[in-house]
Design a protein around this ligand. Structure first.
Ligand code: FAD
Length: 389
């Protein structure tokens, strides 16, 4: 293999390059990125950048030392066997890494709506988070909650409009998500649940019910879609992202996919997973690159992520299913720190969510990995370390 092309200059793209060189690949590497920036981290965009703590989150990686040809401001348009089509012409490859991430979903309507995916998005939004500004955030998911946190701290009058019956209902289920409702009120944020947005207008939102939410600034945080439209019509199979096996191999030979755009087969959970979180973009490239170089490697992690919202460090590890039993560790109404465990029918830990209890998430992730059985009565006692349950 002489020439590897990496498409997507985000975290998964840059990690793929580092992994190639770390595994001894000495051939040519080309990085194709639609944005005009060197790869940067996105988690700080909704935290330190919005709060005014920093303007740059460039990933600490020496691309010059890694001997990479950088093609920034260049988008991939299509793929044939061995040939990548880009806005700047065609490029032949021997191996290809797809790392094009995901793009935010936008709502209908003529009014201006901010989304939060790029550094430009974050800087443009930050400028408008001024004291007294009426800010309507659509969606009480991870991004919506972090934006509401930053806007409230900036002195804005914040309303969060959520279609579900609780915040984080999609990620955690409505029962667990409801334990975060009090955080909104304590931060002075109005939370409207069960409210579906019809359109974004010049002066705010119109809900499907006809009710209006007046706002100077609208931020849409209703999720993302994998950025894979450029692969339509190619031999790469798509289904909620790029379909890859447990080796992160696509349906086209010598092509692998990683990060937010990859929908992989999880041996551990016996299901397909597409995880839009930082740790996946960080770790998966090592397996993908090993596969590309003809080595035997399997990607089978216990997914992990974190979120910082309303002064809380929220962490999650594992994969929960609808039928799992939910056990609380601590009382979210009275305890500052609490956690939730999801147990399978055989009392194995499927997933753990922690609020300001970092030890639980570290131990919980190991327990999910090990697959051992737990005693549910001990799990429900927050005084017992998870590893002793
Ligand atoms: P991306 O970072 O999206 O990079 C993909 C790159 O590919 C982009 O630069 C894009 O422009 C480029 N691209 C797309 N299409 C093309 C094309 N056709 N041709 C060329 N280039 C293309 N995760 C956590 O675990 N915890 C957090 O607290 C957290 N906070 C977040 C906050 C924000 C505001 C955002 C947006 C994400 C957050 N995440 C968080 C998620 C995490 O940042 C992502 O999972 C991670 O960035 C995914 O990396 P990636 O390289 O797969 O994709």
């Amino acid at each position: 293999m002489d020439h590897v092309v990496v498409v997507g200059a985000g975290l998964a793209g840059v990690r793929s390059i580092e992994a190639l060189r770390a595994r001894g690949f000495t051939g040519r590497i080309t990085l194709i990125g639609e944005e005009h920036h060197r790869p940067y981290d996105r988690p700080p965009l909704s935290k330190a950048v919005l709060l005014g703590g920093t303007d740059s989150t460039v990933v600490d990686s020496d691309l010059d030392a890694l001997d990479v040809r950088l093609c920034l401001g260049t988008a991939a348009k299509g793929l044939r066997d061995g040939v990548l089509e880009t806005t700047e012409g065609e490029l032949e490859y021997d191996g290809l890494v797809i790392a094009t991430g995901a793009a935010p979903i936008r709502l209908r309507g003529e009014g201006r709506q901010h989304v939060l995916r790029t550094i430009e998005d974050a800087l443009a939004l930050r400028e408008r988070l001024v004291p007294g500004a009426r800010v309507a955030v659509v969606g009480a998911g991870w991004i919506g909650a972090e934006v509401a946190t930053a806007a409230a701290r900036a002195g804005c009058a914040v309303t969060v409009v959520e279609a579900g019956e609780s915040p984080l209902a999609v990620a955690l289920g409505p029962e667990v998500g409801s334990h975060t409702i009090g955080w909104y009120a304590r931060a002075g944020v109005e939370l409207r649940l069960g409210a579906m947005v019809g359109t974004v207008d010049a002066d705010g939102l119109t809900l499907i019910s006809g009710a209006r939410v007046p706002a100077d600034v609208v931020v849409t945080g209703v999720g993302v879609r994998p950025a894979v439209d450029w692969l339509k019509g190619s031999a790469v199979r798509l289904d909620d992202g790029v379909v890859v096996d447990e080796h992160l191999r696509t349906s086209l030979s010598n092509v692998v996919a990683v990060g937010d755009c990859a929908n992989w087969w999880s041996r551990r959970f016996r299901t397909r997973l597409r995880v839009e979180h930082w740790d996946t973009a960080l770790q998966a490239p090592d397996t993908a690159v090993a596969t590309l170089l003809g080595e035997e490697a399997v990607y089978d992690p216990v997914p992990y992520f974190w979120s910082e919202q309303f002064g809380h460090m929220v962490q999650f590890a594992g994969h929960r299913e609808a039928g799992d039993r939910v056990l609380l560790r601590g009382d979210p109404r009275t305890d500052a720190k609490w956690a939730v465990c999801w147990l399978t029918a055989e009392d194995r830990l499927a997933a753990v969510l922690t609020v300001d209890r970092p030890r639980d998430v570290v131990q919980g992730r190991r327990i999910v990995e090990g697959g051992q059985r737990l005693d549910p009565r001990r799990v429900a006692d927050p005084a017992v370390p998870l590893r002793d349950c």
